[in-house]
Design a protein around this ligand. Structure first.
Ligand SMILES: *[C@@H]1O[C@H](CO)[C@@H](O)[C@H](O)[C@H]1NC(C)=O
Ligand SMILES: *[C@@H]1O[C@H](CO)[C@@H](O)[C@H](O)[C@H]1NC(C)=O
Ligand SMILES: *[C@@H]1O[C@H](CO)[C@@H](O)[C@H](O)[C@H]1NC(C)=O
Ligand SMILES: *[C@@H]1O[C@H](CO)[C@@H](O)[C@H](O)[C@H]1NC(C)=O
Ligand SMILES: *[C@@H]1O[C@H](CO)[C@@H](O)[C@H](O)[C@H]1NC(C)=O
Length: 644
């Protein structure tokens, strides 16, 4: 049965889609491919961290009917969303409202089907000096980059975008339930009226799908990256924010701020009065944080970083510093969110950010953010030259031989959406399983007082097969209590598996996969494989095996499964075979190759002025990665100067 969504897409694109159906070349031209290496095609395989010496193969979890002490506020299934660098937004989503990339829609539709909606932020380092060109860009593209006057200092290009960007976003929201954050250019205090224009257009174009406007981006770096004076401090930022709110006459609670990343803590900003002073205009208190960075030159050995991403304690440590602020925000009637995050800034680490470990880590991190009363945590996308993207289109000249690459971390987004579901009412608790073991994580999700789902992570890559599988025994009531047991008679379990914690290919979520690298159209392939477990009626307990490494999502009822779309099929997503055709949008090579993805310093790769050697090349490609009207392109991937 064709879903409402794909019908809509077909209708909206049929005006220009040639009736001819595209058949993908599934064979990769490996000779050509081999010559083309950017971070997103890196094949580094690291050595898996050793299993812990004291591995406990079984533990017990006591759950209570009605809820658990310390569980979070209710949260929705769109928690783990996307943060898209403004400069790469058209490359990823589509160049024009009539030319939306179906793969992008497919990924969104998968999340919507599970979590009810998808959260997408467009902004980042380039938002601060972005100009909205109402009359279009000289080169005809939606996003055009200029070296700013101070490009010699920051090497960050200025982005000029057209209303088509916002119109494309609005069109996406008609096809999938996407809700947006958009960045307001902050640094020149609306001196030219541009910030006001961006604000008005974002509001009017996105309407009810606009969640919030991000005011300022990493202001704690403004002195370093020379967006502001070298003595720029918190009082100066508070004054600028006051000025902007007044100048833009913002009255409604629509803002997300203050978005610090690196040098100012959220506590310092709240102490300076950010929350109280801007209470009427704020809807979200937000932060940005990456646990590590890959900015140093020469590059660090990623092997030395691996253990950090297979550790529940490290995940707890990521969220703990924000708990005071998140609870203060909630107490003030605001929401708290992580506007931008990923495995490591400056593009991530090869072998970690693009491997199965990142899926385990991000699943744990998402649930930990939910437990910490975050409403959203948005996973950042850079361009081609980063390791960490949830998904990446092929380089333009490779669209004939390659499809999209689904990153391991995208599987975590699917799982987080299913774990939290569509009710908007999920309350999460970290169970500190096995005496808060570092190599495993366990969470319970309650909805309306009923335990509906459990999620377990096993981070351990065994050296002897199955030596590091564990079994969770749980009971709802009963067990170690004097309460009656209401443990279900059966539970259903979906597993996230891969050949190894290093795998970049063929990761499976309940048997379904995006397949091998560079072979994805954003749809799950294969049959759904859900494991049913019979619980022990005699003592009201239930045993769930959790192999190493894996994630296990346990559904305590069929209703809990249905309300998180855990049983959906791929028929509900967009078929690229229907939507790829002969439309010929042109793609700005500079935008395509740009790679920002830096929180806490200057951008990586080709947003630097020296790295896109041939930004004037006119490339034409069809929607959805099919054809190129080829013109030679020469791009080099110079390493940008990095600040940290
Ligand atoms: C905002 O700033 C601009 C540019 O300085 C100025 O022209 C305008 O009058 C200001 N508007 C308000 C409401 O202060
Ligand atoms: C989240 O908020 C709830 C309700 O205010 C509170 O009881 C809980 O302690 C908070 N969670 C954390 C981890 O701080
Ligand atoms: C639980 O962990 C704590 C902290 O590591 C340790 O001190 C304690 O002995 C552990 N308890 C058990 C029962 O293993
Ligand atoms: C992934 O699966 C495909 C299809 O089954 C197979 O051809 C390919 O070799 C697998 N890749 C790896 C790295 O195992
Ligand atoms: C794509 O462009 C890169 C960089 O110029 C080149 O190395 C590669 O061979 C090209 N691939 C194809 C299929 O043309």
């Amino acid at each position: 049965m064709r879903s409402k969504l794909s019908l809509l897409l077909f209708a909206s694109l049929s005006a220009f889609v040639n009736a001819e159906v595209t058949v993908y070349t599934s064979s990769t031209d490996s000779a050509a491919a081999a010559h083309y290496t950017v971070a997103s095609t890196d094949q580094t395989i690291l050595q898996a961290p050793a299993p812990p010496g004291d591995f406990n193969p079984a533990f017990f979890v006591q759950l209570y009917d009605g809820g658990m002490t310390g569980m979070s506020n209710p949260v929705g299934g769109a928690l783990l969303g996307f943060s898209i660098e403004l400069s790469v937004a058209a490359m990823l989503m589509g160049e024009k409202p009539a030319v939306i990339r179906p793969e992008f829609l497919n990924y969104c539709a998968l999340l919507e089907a599970r979590g009810g909606s998808v959260t997408i932020r467009v902004g980042g380092n380039t938002q601060d000096k972005a100009t909205l060109n109402m009359d279009g860009n000289p080169n005809g593209h939606t996003i055009q980059k200029y070296k700013g006057n101070d490009a010699s200092k920051t090497e960050t290009p200025e982005v000029h975008f057209t209303p088509d960007l916002l119109l494309t976003m609005a069109e996406i929201s008609k096809l999938v339930n996407a809700n947006w954050f958009f960045g307001i250019p902050f640094v020149n205090n609306n001196a030219d009226g541009n910030a006001a224009l961006v604000l008005q257009n974002a509001k009017s174009t996105l309407g009810k799908n606009l969640l919030g406007l991000q005011m300022a981006n990493e202001p704690d770096l403004y002195s370093m990256n020379q967006k502001k004076s070298s003595d720029y401090d918190i009082p100066a930022f508070m004054a600028d924010t006051t000025y902007m709110i007044n100048n833009l006459t913002i009255q409604d609670p629509i803002l997300a701020g203050p978005s610090p990343c690196c040098f100012w803590s959220i506590g310092q900003l709240l102490d300076a009065g950010y929350l109280t002073q801007f209470q009427p205009q704020l809807k979200y208190i937000d932060v940005m944080h990456y646990p590590d960075n890959n900015c140093a030159q020469p590059k660090v050995d990623p092997q030395t970083k691996y253990t950090r991403y297979v550790s529940h304690h490290e995940v707890q440590n990521l969220v703990a510093p924000y708990l005071e602020a998140s609870n203060a925000a909630v107490a003030a009637g605001k929401q708290f969110m992580m506007m931008e995050t990923n495995t490591a800034s400056c593009g991530g680490f090869p072998g970690i950010s693009d491997g199965f470990a990142s899926a385990l880590w991000a699943t744990d991190y998402a649930l930990q953010m939910a437990y910490g009363n975050f409403t959203y945590g948005l996973i950042h996308f850079g361009g081609q030259n980063v390791y960490y993207n949830p998904f990446t289109p092929p380089p333009t000249n490779m669209t004939k031989v390659r499809q999209w690459n689904t990153g391991a971390i995208f599987y975590a987004q699917l799982i987080a959406a299913e774990a939290l579901g569509k009710t908007g009412n999920a309350r999460v608790i970290d169970l500190y399983v096995d005496n808060n073991s570092d190599s495993r994580a366990g969470y319970a999700i309650y909805e309306n007082g009923v335990a509906t789902r459990l999620l377990f992570v096993n981070y351990v890559q065994p050296t002897v097969p199955n030596a590091n599988d564990y079994i969770v025994t749980f009971a709802v009531g009963g067990g170690q209590t004097n309460l009656p047991a209401i443990t279900p008679a059966t539970v259903k379990v979906k597993y996230l598996r891969a050949d190894s914690i290093n795998s970049k290919d063929n990761i499976t979520w309940a048997g379904q996969t995006f397949g091998a690298q560079f072979q994805s159209d954003g749809r799950l392939q294969g049959d759904l494989d859900v494991v049913e477990i019979l619980c022990n009626a005699a003592d009201g307990t239930c045993n769930v095996p959790v192999p190493g490494p894996s994630v296990a999502l346990v559904f305590l009822s069929d209703a809990a499964m249905a309300s998180s779309g855990a049983d959906i099929t791929q028929a509900e997503t967009f078929a690229t075979t229907v939507t790829t055709g002969k439309a010929v949008p042109s793609m700005d090579q500079a935008a395509l190759m740009s790679s920002n993805g830096r929180s806490g310093g200057d951008p990586l790769g080709t947003t630097s002025k020296s790295s896109s050697k041939d930004s004037s090349a006119t490339l034409r490609s069809t929607v959805g990665s099919a054809w190129i009207w080829g013109v030679s392109v020469s791009v080099s991937f110079a390493l940008a100067k990095l600040l940290l």
